[in-house]
Ligand binder design. Structure first.
Ligand code: NAP
Length: 243
């Protein structure tokens, strides 16, 4: 039985990943930061699939808390075999209006958090000569979004980290890939008006927006043995928005 740790799993894409991995028979560590009730409810829901699951609180932007989270998961479920880095926040606005604090908060959650979790997960994976990391990037990290410069920079950083780390740890039997979502209907889209959402849908060649489950299926595939020869890749799941 493999153990997967999913960051930002209390809501949205991370929660969909938790459901998909549990349904596939993985034991799941559900990381949350503020949404304890949602994380606890999700653990109750997915244990019904006959797997073990635990909720673990940590701000991924804090390396000390990330260390504590991995120790808690190791003691409750065992070594982490698969890491899915989904925790993230967004920020919309002109770069010239962005404060140092807003920049640091976004880079901390979206980029440094991925680094801290990878650094914590890798020693066990390298020792076992086996392991998979799936980072949730964004199509804006591929092509950049106006008024989302910091977010685009963080996600471009996640893509660079994914490619470089894949080269670094491939010889040690560890695969590292990214899923790059397009527009996915989660709380992260709450600030968008109905008109904005309709316009994004119109711009999408498949003429529909994505669901958290679309991203979870891609992450599950990349984590599986079916993807044993795939590393350092960015799987874009965006309905054709960015090609
Ligand atoms: P969401 O619904 O807003 O959920 C965000 C999740 O991240 C929550 O579970 C939240 O936990 C967690 N989180 C945020 N900051 C955290 C921190 N510092 N430490 C630990 N957990 C933290 O967002 P989503 O749409 O599922 O996004 C998930 C990932 O997909 C993000 O990396 C996002 O950038 C990426 N993405 C989303 C879209 C989209 O259209 N939705 C598109 C491209 C990429 P708590 O609630 O417990 O605090």
């Amino acid at each position: 039985m493999s153990v997967v740790l999913i960051t930002g799993a209390s809501r949205g894409i991370g929660a969909a990943c938790a459901r998909a991995f549990a349904r596939a028979g993985y034991d799941v560590a559900v990381n949350y930061h503020h949404s304890k009730e949602k994380a606890d409810a999700l653990v109750d829901e997915i244990t019904a699939f006959g797997v073990r699951a635990v909720a673990v609180c940590a701000d991924v932007a804090d390396s000390g808390q990330v260390k504590g989270m991995f120790a808690a998961v190791r003691s409750q479920l065992g070594e982490v075999n698969i890491l899915v880095n989904s925790a993230g926040i967004a920020h919309t606005g002109l770069l010239t209006d962005m404060t140092d604090g807003e920049w640091d908060r976004l880079i901390g959650a979206d980029l440094s958090g991925t680094f801290y979790c990878c650094r914590e997960a890798l020693p066990d994976m390298i020792r076992a000569h086996s392991g998979v990391i799936v980072n949730i990037a964004s199509m804006w990290g591929e092509v950049g979004a106006s008024c989302e410069a910091a977010y685009s920079a963080a996600k471009a950083g996640v893509i660079g980290l994914t490619k470089a780390l894949a080269k670094e740890v491939g010889p040690s039997g560890v695969r590292v890939n990214a899923v790059s979502p397009g527009v996915i209907m989660t709380d992260m889209m709450a600030g968008f008006s109905e008109d904005d959402i309709a316009a994004l849908k119109d711009e999408t060649p498949l003429n529909t927006l994505g669901t958290p489950g679309d991203i979870a299926e891609a992450a599950l595939f990349l984590a599986s043995d079916q993807a044993r020869f795939i590393t350092g890749q960015v799987l874009s799941v965006n309905g054709g928005f960015v090609i």
